[in-house]
Ligand binder design. Sequence first.
Ligand code: ATR
Length: 293
Amino acid sequence: MSFCSDSQAAPGHLSAQSMSELYRSDKLDDKTHIFGIIGNPVSHTSSPIIHNPGFEAIRYNAVYVPFLVDSVRAFFKLAEMLQIHGFSVTVPHKRSVQPYLGRITREVKQIGSCNTVVRIQNMWKGINTDYYGFLAPIDDLIAKEDIRNALVIGAGGASRAVVWALHNHGVKVTILNRSIEHARTLANETMSAYDTLENAHLYSETVDLVVQTTNVGMGGELEGQDPCPSLHFSGMEIVYELVYKPEETEFLKRAKKAGCTIIAGKQMLMEQGKLQFEAFTGYHYPHWVNVSL
Ligand code: ATR
């Protein structure tokens, strides 16, 4: 039994429409596999609109729901009770789930961050689809050696996955960050170079790829800001933005205007979601589903 309220009587209530259309509540039964996302906050997540239509399209009896989680320990107990088959992990739990996992991949170990957990043979396995989701739009270019040098702006959680992915694929990375301490720590760990954002002009026109991993430019207070105004684009670079709301940040607009090839944040969001779907179901994400993120 569950309930909904059309006028959202309390935070987190589903509307009747999303309960029936997105979560397909009338089609769920005792054989339905439960998947979800844990985080706090979790209400803004786009993942249900990736996974639920995917399940429906391949007629996979499953549902994907958001779980607002404070205690990871309590959630793992619930996951056993409900026999949850797998879940995505978002802020602030990407690190704190790790003691509960029986197996982790090399990427989770390196990055120290797990964004996907799946039940395999009664054991929880942690993987990181941000790593491969980031690589998906550029792996051909890396293989052809069209990308040899990269500038990564930011040294936070998102940057860690990016820098490790590039480093593991033989790309030379320079990390530029507001706080030099954070840049130095990540650079030492990943055998990369580092510098301050103020010195960005020194790197103009020297790299094949620029990746923007900070939250500067994201909707809200930081919207419209440029994380690295002194970086000049020649037009030859590939500029990859991780912020996906708004769809085109100031940084990306500037790169586009200079003639650069651009990769928008939504692409990585979708790629990492598709990889999660594969880990959850064992099937490719159905290409005919049109997800509007
Ligand atoms: P995420 O997990 O999204 O990467 P995070 O770990 O909090 O989030 O990292 C945020 C990154 O954005 C950091 O590199 C941060 O720089 P500092 O290490 O100096 O804190 C960067 N950042 C956040 N706000 C910024 C701003 N206003 N200008 C420049 N960089 C900023």
